[in-house]
Structure formats: C-alpha cells, structure tokens
Design a protein around this ligand. Sequence first.
Ligand code: HEM
Length: 408
Amino acid sequence: MAEETITLAEPPLPPVHDWPVGQLDGTEFEPVLAELMKEGPLTRIRLSHGEEEWAWLATRYDDVKMITNDPRFSRREASVRQFTRLAPHFAPRPGALAWADQPDHNRLRRAASTAYTVSAVKRLRSRSQEILDELVDAMMQDGPPADLVERVLEPFPISVVCEIMGVPADEQQKVHTWTREIISIAGGAEASERAKKNLFGWIAQAIRDRQDGDGDDVLSLLSGAVKSGELKEEEAVSVAGPLQIGGEALTNNSGQMFYLLLTRPDLMQRMRNDPAVRPAAIEELLRYIPHRAAVGLPRVALEDVMIQGIRIRAGEPVYVSYLAANRDPDVFPDPDRIDIDRDAGAHVAFGNGAHYCTGAVLCRMQIEMLFDTLLARCPDLRLAVPADEVPFRQRTMIRGPLSLPIAW
Ligand code: HEM
C-alpha cells in the first residue's frame, strides 16, 4: 500500500494591526499592547513610520527570551531596511552597538564595558552620592513645592553619566540639551538629526583629544581602543553616543517610580518603614513600569524559524515587547498588580541576551540611592498637586512625567 503523505496546513497569518501612538498618561499600560497580548503569542503590527508593511510582535516571556538570545535573529540585517517603526527618522550609524551582531557586537561592547561592571560602578558610588546630596540640599534650601524631575531626577543621572563618560563639568549642559532633543519625537526628524550631529561631533573631538591620556572614563577607554586599532574612530563615536543618551532613560523610569510611590500610600509606607524591602521593590517596579511607548528595535529572521506553531520566514522583521513579557501571567501571576513581596528578579526590563542594557548596574545603584536619600531627607514626601494633574511626556519613545511637583 502506498504511504500516505499527511501535510499539516500552517495556520493562516494573523491580521496586521495598526499601532498608533495615542495619549499615554500616568503609568497606564498601553491599551493596544494589552489587546495584542490577548490575541496570541505572535501578532502582526504596523507602526506609524517606515516603508515596510508590517512586522511580527512577540509578547510571551519565553518567546521574548528565546528570540533575543538566538543568533538566527539579526539586528544588523534590520539596520539596512526601512521597516515599520515608531521613530520618524531612521539612519543607524555604522558601529552602533544596538545594530551589531556577533562577533562585531562583542568587539564594540568590550571597549567600554569595564566602566559599567559592578566594581567600577561601586567606585562611582561616593561621587554619585555627593552629586545627589548637593541637588537635594539645594532643593530643600529653596523649600517646597519643587519639581522633583527638574531638581533631582533629571540632573542626577545626567551628571553621573557625564562622570562615567568623562564629560567636563562646563560642557555638561550642552550635552544634556542635545540628548533631550535626540530622544524627543515632538521636535521632528530635523531637530533630532541636528542634535545628533552636534553630539556625535563633540564626542569625536573628545575622543581625539584624549589620545594621549590614560583615564578610566568611557571617552578615554574608547580613545585607547581607537589608538590600539581595536575600533575605528567612527565606531568609537557610535558606541559612546547611546551611552551618553542612555542617562535620560533613568530620569523617566525613576520619574514613573516616584509617581507610583507618591500615588500609592501603602507602597510609600512599606518603602519608608522597611528599608530592607527596597531592593526587591525596585525590581518589582522595574518589572511593572511601562518604560517605553510601543516597541524598540526589531530583529530580522535569517532563516525560517517556527515559534508557537507559526512560521517566521527568513527575511521577516520581528519585534519583541519586554513590557509584555514582564506582564506574562505564567511567569508573574496577577501581573498587573504591584506586589513588592514577589520575586520579580527574572524581569526583562533591561532586555535580554547580547543586547542587554549596558547601563543596568549603574541604573540600579542610582535608583537605590534616590530612594534611600529622598525618603531619609523628606519625611513627609508627597505630591503637591492632584495625581491627575501630573503632566506626562507625549509623542515620545521613553515614557515618564514631564514634571513631578512635590512637597515635604
Ligand atoms: C539597551 C532598558 C538605562 C545604555 C537597553 C535595552 C533595554 C534597556 C530594554 C534594549 C535591549 C535590546 O535591544 O534588546 C533600560 C532601562 C533603563 C536604561 C529600563 C533605565 C531604567 C540606560 C542607561 C544607559 C543605557 C542609564 C547608559 C549609561 C544602554 C545601551 C544599550 C541599552 C548602550 C544597547 C546595548 C546593546 O545593544 O548592546 N536598555 N536602559 N541604558 N541601554 Fe539601557
């Protein structure tokens, strides 16, 4: 009898959903993302910009971890195409960490990595505490009310980043202004490009100026790597740029954290009365906070890959949502609830795999210092306006309060 061939039909492709960037207030989880998570583990999305019609979106924790740790999904391939995306303008620089695959990615990342290790960050602690104390002193001296973002959450990480990078004090304001223009999508592509050009031009010059030094700041380390031939100058500049811009992410993330603390008296009480709970609470808040709008950078499948019974074909772009993975009920039961007693340590707020956030150790230290210092210095820390009057950044990639009026 002739053998029967059974061909299992592949499921039809899911529909393509438009994902417009709507008004996002407070720490609200993006409704479009919540709907996509309900539809299935893999959906197809179309964002506001780019020429390609659609991309895959993975939202389940296990799939997100698999995709971000699998060399069959390439960042480099994604960098040469105008895929559907949130950002209006797209021109990745050669040598950018975020767009490199192995082995290039390792080579690029290695040059500056010693500045971001646990021990290097520890060495920065006392200088960081001085910076923070000065800012809090000045705020307290002027008296309430004060804008916590303007007085502390914005200048603190930028000063610490400048410290680790080796940006001289009298140039920090200029570098900060460019950073803000680059990450805002409100000013349009032109303003953002101009700021990028200025910042990257400044960095290139700083790297050249340090050629004969032996400092352990990031600009000196990168300069050394150029001198030894490990990196080309344009690669060193591409590595430095995002490290300089990254500090802004902490302003917005810690802004969301303090907003949550200031609007949830129980949470404030626990954090205040029980300092031992703070490290676990910070991990839970990192898990919970909707750090960004929509999704970050895609990857492209280099070959056909089956995920959850769906075939992702070679050449197709794939986004993962770390925000969605952090709300996967199979990993974090009752995920929409903030529960500082849960073990949230497996969250992926800083990403996963080779592209895991370079600044994670630095961020954790600064968040801890912010909580310890502000809770100790401001015994009655509270919002100075009703919660619904706190303005949040709109039309932006990284979410957070524009200002956080406080009294104490
Ligand atoms: C990458 C989160 C702060 C530097 C990333 C990624 C995430 C992330 C999700 C992407 C992972 C991927 O591409 O798959 C965060 C959060 C922050 C924060 C939640 C604040 C709480 C910072 C800071 C710096 C920084 C302060 C710089 C000092 C970077 C760099 C990358 C990155 C350079 C690219 C790494 C690579 O592609 O190899 N971050 N970040 N981040 N982050 Fe952060």
